[in-house]
Design a protein around this ligand. Structure first.
Ligand SMILES: Cc1ncc(COP(=O)(O)O)c(C=O)c1O
Length: 385
């Protein structure tokens, strides 16, 4: 089956659920047993719930893995993965331009727990050779395209280097979605999503998702997940299952709009630089063409006037495009990364990563592109007054 078909039909058989066309919401915490020791598929919903199982199998299928896991939020999912595979004294190497919340979790909690945390610019894959030669690394954590500057790293090349040193490779695939990129096929061991974003797709659910490559990894992650219990509830699982059914058609429209918006933004005199992997000028355009099946729905810009005041002027003058911390919903949104998603980073780290005051990240929705552009253009025009 091709992706769009698989997203609708995989891992669900109506015959097993009273012929219900849509997966039912099993709003149950437990399932009864007829006698001691009876072997039943579901007992207690922290361990497994039928609605969650359908979603987890769907995720595993779309990400070409052997098992999927659904968590109460993206951060709960990242924490479950890291807590499963890292111990005090272990070293994790993460891409420098990692999502702000993941950065905070590593620097604030894992470092205090005794994990050595190294951040590295891995856009040149050779940078990993030196790190692997000088450190005993347990895990490599990639995020590509990254948030908010849409930088890419070469999953296949980096994973091959990591494998030679027995390093586990995890990839945050939130921005690309399984429609556009499958990290497990490129050598990763674990793929992660903030399902809050494109998988849910309607800004009405928080969820994390993980898919692993082999049964050994699955058993380890299952044990953490069951014992720590940050699992997704059945209602949320039903919402994400519904979101996934339209993922292909939404992503097509998101990226069609994003590509057009990126081109129009490039022409605007208030804009210094546009970041979108689909632009031929983008520093990782060739890698995006090799590694992804499209360029995604996020576009970021540097305003010529690199100030919080200018960014705020644009934000305040948009009516359709709301300012919000998230992305990946049907509606267009703007994010001021310096004060929102990446506010936990020090000024020095933000400067090193290029997270400026005059940086705006647009999550381009599926509205009509002319309406989106009219709103953004009207706001940008305020800067030239
Ligand atoms: C790339 C990326 N990873 C992880 C997360 C965390 O996910 P959640 O907010 O669902 O906990 C986010 C949220 O913005 C994200 O953008």
């Amino acid at each position: 089956m091709k992706f769009a078909t698989e997203a609708i039909h995989t891992s669900y058989n109506p015959d097993e659920h009273n012929r219900a066309i849509m997966p039912p919401i099993y709003q149950n915490s437990m399932f009864c047993m007829k006698e001691i020791g009876e072997d039943i598929p579901f007992r207690y919903a922290r361990i497994a719930n039928p609605t969650r199982t359908i979603l987890e199998n769907t995720l595993a299928s779309l990400e070409h893995g052997c098992a999927g896991f659904a968590y109460a939020s993206g951060m709960a999912g990242i924490d479950a993965i890291w807590r499963t595979f890292l111990r005090p004294g272990d070293t994790i190497v993460a891409v420098a331009d990692i999502y702000g919340g993941a950065y905070d979790l590593l620097t604030g909690i894992y470092a205090a727990w005794g994990v050595n945390v190294l951040f590295a610019d891995l856009s040149d894959a050779h940078a990993l050779d030196k790190i692997l030669a000088e450190n005993t690394v347990k895990m490599l954590w990639l995020e590509t395209p990254s948030n908010p500057l849409l930088r890419l790293v070469d999953i296949e090349v980096l994973a091959a280097k990591a494998k030679k040193h027995g390093v586990l490779v995890g990839v945050d695939n939130t921005f690309a979605t399984p429609y556009l990129q499958n990290p497990l096929d490129l050598g990763a061991d674990v793929v992660f999503h903030s399902a809050t974003k494109y998988l849910g797709g309607h800004s009405d659910v928080l969820m994390g998702a993980a898919v692993v490559k082999n049964p050994e990894l699955a058993n380890a992650l299952r044990s953490t997940t069951i014992n720590t219990g940050a699992i997704a509830g059945p209602m949320d699982c039903a919402l994400v299952l519904r979101g996934i059914k339209t993922l292909a058609v939404r992503m097509d429209k998101h990226q069609q709009n994003a590509a057009e918006l990126a081109r129009r933004l490039q022409q605007h005199e208030a804009v210094e630089k546009v970041f979108y992997p689909g632009l031929p000028e983008h520093e990782h355009h060739e890698l995006a063409k090799k590694q992804m099946r499209g360029f995604g729905g996020v576009v970021s810009v540097y305003l010529k006037n690199n100030s919080r005041k200018a960014a705020n002027t644009v934000i305040k003058h948009m009516e359709l495009v709301q300012m919000a911390s998230s992305l990946g919903g049907v509606e267009s949104l703007v994010n001021h990364s310096a004060s929102q998603s990446h506010s936990g980073m020090s000024a020095e780290v933000k400067t090193a990563l290029g997270i400026r005051e005059g940086l705006l990240r647009f999550s381009v929705g599926i509205e009509d592109i002319d309406d989106i552009w009219h709103d953004i253009q009207t706001a940008l025009n305020q800067l030239n007054r």
